[in-house]
Design a binder for this molecule. Structure first.
Ligand code: ATP
Length: 441
């Protein structure tokens, strides 16, 4: 049985992500930009696979359609949504070292967690988290716009456009994936909390009175989605909002938390938002946002169940969960391996000629051409076969296909599984079917 350990600290993951081309610090050659990260070649594949799975899980349903709204919106949107007045965190500075904290994250009766000073903190101030920018050539207040702090409002303001053009009857949902920006006071923990991030949000519009039932269905659906992505069920949990933490407009809310190396943290929020948003937009825009229920001859503002998951935060959970160090301490057997769900793995197969001999490369090139037409693959001929396996383990490639000298006679290759490390001899003609079966999801 393998002696297997999980990720112990975030710094191990940050190092692996950099070394193996998953995530780089933004503008690294200039010393980096705090809390900004770039997806490397494997990171972007993994993230695209994750987003594609989310998108499919939503929009292959009959009752959900997608949109892609603009990041910049009319400034009144953010007045209506409550973000101009209410989207702020309480902030304090240490008077000695000037470090800035979220007042709700520290005990202000204790010394500064950074410098240990017992001098006092500044007064608590409210700090609005929205980024502002100028639109057009005039730099005055009339040209000020915000970078959206959530994707949801792009959906609410398009509710009637989508409902009427798609001829949707309640209940139905609108899904969207896109960037959001928050000027967080204390970003950190790698890509857990950043100032620029991506959200995958879905707003499900329901008849008032049916929201409880809908919320239960979405809770089940979303939990299942995370488990089907390979997250271990014991590493995720529900964190329902009690009356103290419930947003004023919500009648129920719960988070799905993941156990990150620094502790449990929110990964997704599922919120029952009532008709708050549509009502606000109706009031601020002066446009009637009512849904016309032709069956019952009624008009009303729908209630909304929202599922909101950060693509980057979910990606972080996937990375943490996949990481394994096996046979630690035994230099001959030790390996670190990313046990991604095969659907998420950035590279599905690696084709490896045993040596650079032209006969082997010829067969390998042909195989690579065939396989990579269907599955994102790598061709790797450098170094010992053992080293090449380890490299593919570290980026989570589920299958390595080796072409050796026997291949020239038996027209078969060796397929090695990342997880079990077992090897099977498969005829070249059957490789595509073999992979089709393995990547059936
Ligand atoms: P938190 O309490 O962690 O700040 P939140 O409750 O403000 O999060 P929501 O507004 O519900 O978060 O956003 C929905 C999802 O968007 C979160 O569950 C998280 O996955 C993601 N998210 C929010 N803020 C950030 C951020 N600064 N960086 C990365 N992802 C984020």
């Amino acid at each position: 049985m393998s002696n297997e350990s999980n990720l112990k600290s975030m710094s191990d993951l940050v190092a692996l992500c950099k070394q193996r081309g998953f995530v780089f610090q933004s503008s690294e050659i200039y010393g980096g930009l705090n809390s900004c990260w770039d997806m490397g070649p494997y990171g972007v594949e993994l993230k695209n696979n994750l987003k594609a799975r989310w998108w499919k899980s939503m929009t292959l349903r009959q009752d959900v359609v997608g949109i892609d709204a603009s990041i910049l919106m009319h400034p009144t949107v953010w007045k209506a949504s409550g973000h101009v007045d209410g989207f702020s965190d309480p902030m304090v500075d240490c008077k000695v070292c000037k470090e800035r904290f979220r007042a709700d994250n520290i005990d202000m009766t204790k010394p500064c967690p950074k410098c240990g000073s017992k001098e006092s903190y500044t007064d608590v101030r409210q700090f609005n988290l929205m980024f502002k920018t100028q639109m057009g050539a005039m730099e005055d207040t009339s040209s000020m716009v915000y970078l959206r702090p959530e994707t949801a409002q792009g959906i609410f303001v398009n509710f009637l456009n989508v409902q009427t053009t798609m001829r949707k009857k309640l209940p139905f949902g609108i899904a969207q994936i896109g960037k959001a920006f928050r000027n967080e006071i204390t970003p950190g923990n790698f890509i857990f909390r950043t100032r620029e991030f991506e959200q995958m949000e879905m707003q499900y519009f329901v008849k008032p009175g049916t929201q409880k039932e809908s919320m239960e269905q979405w809770k089940e659906t979303r939990w299942k989605w995370h488990v089907e992505n390979g997250l271990r069920a014991e590493k995720i949990k529900w964190a329902p909002h009690g009356p103290d933490s419930l947003a004023h407009y919500a009648d129920a809310a719960t988070d799905i938390e993941y156990e990150f190396p620094m502790g449990w943290g929110e990964m997704e929020g599922i919120h029952s938002r009532t008709d708050f948003d549509l009502k606000q937009h109706q009031e601020f825009s002066g446009k009637n946002m009512n849904y016309v229920d032709q069956v019952n001859n009624e008009k009303y503002l729908p209630y909304v169940i929202e599922t909101s998951v950060g693509a980057d935060r979910c990606l972080l959970a996937i990375l943490c969960d996949a990481y394994r160090l096996e046979n630690a301490g035994d230099p001959d057997k030790e390996r670190s391996v990313m046990k991604f769900h095969p659907a998420l793995a950035p590279i599905k197969t690696a084709i490896m000629p045993l040596s650079k001999k032209s006969e082997l490369e010829e067969v390998s090139n042909k195989l690579f051409e065939d396989v990579s037409a269907n599955y994102k693959s790598e061709y790797d001929v450098a170094g010992s076969i053992g080293k090449r396996y380890r490299r593919q383990d570290e980026i989570g490639t589920p299958y390595c296909i080796t072409v050796d000298f026997d291949t020239l006679n038996d027209h078969a290759v060796t397929i090695r599984s990342r997880d079990t490390m077992t090897q099977e001899r498969i005829g070249i003609a059957n490789v595509q079917n073999y992979l089709k079966d393995k990547f059936k999801f």
